[in-house]
Design a protein. Structure first.
Length: 237
């Protein structure tokens, strides 16, 4: 049995992780960072489906179909490469997002050309991006770190068995924390002003993201297996 005092930055005895300087790690991180960037941009738009029945509508944001994909990749990184490698990917992703926020601020401040008629619309959209970025930074940093932590801790106990338990157990905890923090900070940026709409945004977001990852579990299994097979340094015990 692995000691509970084992550092997550170390490789516990009997637990397999691939090295990050070989194979597919750089490709996965690039896709992960791209998804994170795109989801932050998409999340600046509030989205409403409905009314579905009565006056009830589903309230979310434009990044609703991208966030689960980023979480899945984060889980794959933790499963195959370990907590330290997953944490590094989060830092890279947010480095890209922060640079994007700075770039948008500069572009919005530049004088528009005489023929450019969309300055106000552009400034409106990118003007709320820093708030969305702050929400994403806080939520994703805590949520995905927690998600990766749980995956690695469960893997120390189960080794290569029960991948579904690692993926779904980490998803339920990580996604709830992520969704709560993100919604609390980002709600006003997309126009959510009432308690009812906020609870709708929070609950629907959490249930949707968790359900999406559950439905995509067979795909995640295949991607994890593919990456493990093609990582020369991944040697399961």
């Amino acid at each position: 049995m692995v000691s509970n005092t084992t550092s997550l930055d170390e490789k516990p005895q009997g637990v397999a992780f691939a090295q990050v300087n070989t194979g597919l790690y750089a490709v996965i991180v690039a896709v992960f960072a791209s998804l994170l960037f795109m989801s932050n941009i998409a999340a600046t738009k509030g989205v409403e489906f409905g009314p579905i029945f009565g006056d009830f509508s589903i309230i979310t944001d434009g990044g609703f179909f991208l966030f689960p994909l980023a979480y899945i990749l984060g889980g794959i990184l933790a499963e195959v490469y370990g907590f330290k490698a997953a944490r590094r990917a989060v830092y890279v992703g947010f480095g890209v997002a922060v640079f994007a926020a700075l770039s948008f601020w500069i572009v919005a401040a530049l004088p528009p050309a005489s023929f450019y008629e969309n300055q106000e619309a552009f400034s409106t959209v990118v003007g709320v991006y820093p708030q969305i970025l702050l929400a994403s930074l806080a939520a994703f940093l805590v949520g995905l770190m927690l998600n990766s932590f749980i995956i690695v801790r469960i893997k120390e106990r189960t080794l290569e068995k029960h991948l579904w338990a690692r993926l779904m157990g980490s998803t339920v905890v990580g996604q709830f924390v992520d969704t709560f923090i993100f919604c609390a900070i980002a709600a006003t940026a997309i126009g959510i002003a009432t308690t009812g709409d906020f609870l709708n945004y929070l609950i629907v977001g959490f249930l949707y993201k968790t359900a999406a990852e559950a439905l995509l579990l067979p795909v995640t299994y295949r991607v994890v297996a593919f990456v493990k097979r093609h990582e020369p340094t991944y040697q399961p015990v």
